[in-house]
Design a protein around this ligand. Structure first.
Ligand code: AMP
Length: 250
């Protein structure tokens, strides 16, 4: 079984982002960039399937600038076998990413494509669903457990409002990861060194026949209003008084 894992380079989740003064987007200059956390979970899952003998090859793919090579090297250090960078400096929208992944899937013929449920920069939560539609493959989104049966199907569990949903999907399929699927490993130093020698191919959206021209117009990005500081009350009576007379919620 061959697995394709889509990983996005995003601003590290620990970084406090700055919005450009003109509201045109987030200023990413000199910020620490990392692998999207849900994509780390996708890489971890694929590598675990390989370690369990359920998958033969794990290919990581990223669409982004040259710097995304570092993110791909992290995936290689975690255990992916090879990587593909689809290099572009454009802001690539989920539909274009899905089309690019479809083109890569046509070349690589994977049995499953694993993605994060969402990228923490644009929070679109669209790419996996669009990819499944474009490929005409079944999809399992927000998965918290997954077990391939070795006979062409994968059983997975999704966390839905009412509880847990268990599905059986035929391969090839598209899977998107939720937080509880696994806890990604840290790459060890020897594996980071080994990853430098693993193959990393570079192509472009144009070479894959995909236009990355934007279809959406971003009107404005604003920071949420700053929260007012809270107060510590001395007694329950004071709390009730404040709720009644200041907040007027009682
Ligand atoms: P989104 O639909 O943008 O929230 O992203 C959902 C998932 O699609 C991410 O967790 C990644 O697995 C994948 N993805 C989105 N953008 C890219 C990209 N530029 N390169 C590779 N994978 C991506």
């Amino acid at each position: 079984m061959k697995l394709l894992v889509a990983i996005k380079r995003v601003v590290d989740y620990n970084v406090k982002i700055r919005i450009r003064p003109d509201g045109s987007g987030v200023d990413t200059a000199n910020l620490k960039m990392s692998m999207n956390p849900f994509d780390e979970i996708a890489v971890e899952e694929a590598v675990r399937w390989k370690e369990q003998g359920k998958a033969a090859e794990v290919v990581a793919v990223s669409v982004g600038p040259q710097g995304a090579q570092d993110t791909l090297r992290t995936a290689l250090a975690m255990g992916a076998d090879r990587a593909i960078l689809v290099q572009t400096d454009a802001e690539v929208e989920p539909l274009a990413v899905a089309k690019i992944l479809k083109a890569i899937a046509a070349q690589e013929a994977p049995d499953a494509v694993l993605l994060g449920k969402q990228a923490i920069d644009d929070d679109s939560n669209q790419t996996g669903q669009m990819l499944a539609a474009l490929l005409g493959w079944p999809q399992g989104t927000f998965i918290s457990e997954a077990a391939p049966d070795g006979a062409g199907r994968v059983t997975l569990v999704r966390e839905v409002d009412g509880g847990l949903e268990t599905l059986s999907l035929a391969l090839p399929c598209v899977l998107t990861t939720d937080l509880r699927l696994n806890e990604p490993r840290y790459a060890s130093l020897p594996n980071i060194m080994k990853a430098k020698k693993k193959p990393l191919d570079v192509t472009t959206p144009e070479a894959l026949g995909v236009s990355v021209a934007p279809r959406l117009a971003l009107l404005k990005i604003e920071a949420p209003p700053a929260r007012k500081a809270g107060v510590i009350v001395a007694s329950v009576a004071e709390l009730v008084d404040k709720l009644k007379n200041e907040a007027k919620v009682l």
